[in-house]
Write a protein that binds this ligand. Structure first.
Ligand SMILES: Nc1ncnc2c1ncn2[C@@H]1O[C@H](COP(=O)(O)OP(=O)(O)O)[C@@H](O)[C@H]1O
Ligand SMILES: [Mg+2]
Length: 385
């Protein structure tokens, strides 16, 4: 009975939230009707996209509630509403997602009124009937579990109503790929420019100075051997500096340690040198099996490097954990620190750079950093092993 009560309680919370949402929708409908009339009269065209965005947000809330109950995400596939008013209006009206949301709203308003009386009636009935049934006859309760069934049914309906069509999902996927591809090209160009600048200002400048020193030394060789020797010493140290700069440039492109030791070895080296106490956990046979593609290894490596640097620089904690895992769809890497939290991607350049790198490989990145910590950064990089 205790279990049935708990489960019925959970279902009631879910259904009560859906009921609140439905009540909100009843208030929203007049806004929608007024918008339609205003738009028809051509004075309120600018409100249409805004109203559609609000509708999307409400539908999103229902998606999250349903996912909370079923444990399964309901994907979203809307076209982005931005640009000039004309473009926004056209997208808002033509996006099949708008029609789907309207259909969902009408259906929810229709069946939403039936749901609260059902669960409200099932409670007293369940408490009495199941109380007798369990308490006196020692049988399993059967009325209270019906409340969960109602919640299940509601979740099934809302999933069917809120789930985009396969076509819309595909369109959203294509759009996302086009965006990440454009970003990948931009990131690649920026990377090339950075390397060019690094080489130009660093190694190239040193090599020019070195070549001048050697020329001077050559000319001074017979007449001033002492001076020539001094110039040679300077040239030597410049050659070493140029070498150092070249090494740094190479490390920024593809760290040699990755090639030599693989991802796990390279991450262990990072962990040992970052100034925090870092535990590295490796799962899924990442160490023994075949290696992931070089670009995937590099993205995971740079993410771990950035997250550990951030933890040491901004976090103020003592410890961090790194998880590397080979999963069916690719590679998963997580870094968690015990610092003060508050990582904000809009504040810096490190995390956005990692996000672009990950997106270019069609991967995903999640950052969670509530005030007080912990900061958790997770990337999933799809690849074929
Ligand atoms: N692990 C962390 N703990 C606390 N704050 C963080 C952490 N990581 C990042 N931050 C905050 O988020 C901002 C953005 O980080 P990032 O993009 O890496 O930029 P930055 O170049 O400043 O390191 C940082 O300036 C810092 O204030
Ligand atoms: Mg940083």
């Amino acid at each position: 009975m205790g279990n049935a009560l708990r489960q019925a309680g959970r279902a009631t919370v879910h259904l009560a939230l859906v009921t609140c949402l439905t009540s909100g929708l009843y208030l929203f409908i007049p806004v929608l009707v007024i918008t339609a009339v205003a738009a028809l009269m051509a004075v309120g065209a600018w409100v249409v996209p805004e109203v559609v965005l609000v509708l999307r947000r409400i539908a999103g809330t229902h998606r999250r509630m349903t996912a909370e109950w079923t444990g399964r995400e309901i994907p979203e596939a809307y076209q982005a509403i931005d640009g000039s008013l004309r473009v926004r209006l056209r997208t808002a009206v033509h996006d099949p997602g708008t029609l789907r949301d309207l259909r969902w709203m009408i259906a929810l308003c229709a069946y939403g009124v039936l749901v609260p009386p059902v669960w409200a009636a099932l409670w007293p009935l369940g408490l009495i009937v199941d109380g007798v049934w369990c308490g006196l006859l020692r049988r399993k309760p059967f009325v209270l579990p019906l409340i969960s069934k109602v919640a299940d049914m509601e979740a099934r309906w809302s999933t069917a109503l809120l789930r985009p069509s396969p076509r819309a999902l595909l369109a959203a996927r294509v759009e996302a790929l086009a965006t990440t591809r454009a970003e990948a090209i931009a990131a690649h160009e920026a990377e090339l420019r950075r390397i060019e600048r690094d080489l130009h200002d660093g190694a190239q400048a040193r090599l020019v100075a070195l070549s001048m020193r050697l020329g001077l030394a050559d000319r001074a060789f017979d007449r001033d051997p002492q001076g020539a020797r001094r110039l040679m010493t300077e040239a030597h140290s410049q050659a070493q500096e140029a070498l150092l700069e070249l090494r740094q440039v190479v490390r920024g492109i593809h760290p040699p340690i990755l090639t030599d030791r693989g991802l796990v070895g390279a991450v262990r080296a990072l962990a040992a040198s970052c100034g925090l106490e870092v535990a590295v956990e490796v799962k899924g046979g990442l160490e023994e099996g075949p290696r992931p593609p070089a670009a995937v290894e590099a993205a995971a490596y740079f993410m771990v490097a950035e997250a550990l640097t951030n933890a040491a620089k901004h976090g103020g904690g003592m410890r961090a954990e790194v998880h590397l895992e080979r999963v069916r769809a690719g590679l998963r890497a997580v870094v968690q620190d015990d610092g003060r939290g508050g990582a904000d991607e809009d504040e810096g350049t490190g995390l956005p750079g990692i996000r672009r790198r990950v997106a270019a490989l069609d991967g995903t990145m999640g950052v969670s950093s509530p005030p007080g910590g912990p900061t958790v950064i997770e990337v999933q990089l799809p690849c074929v092993w």
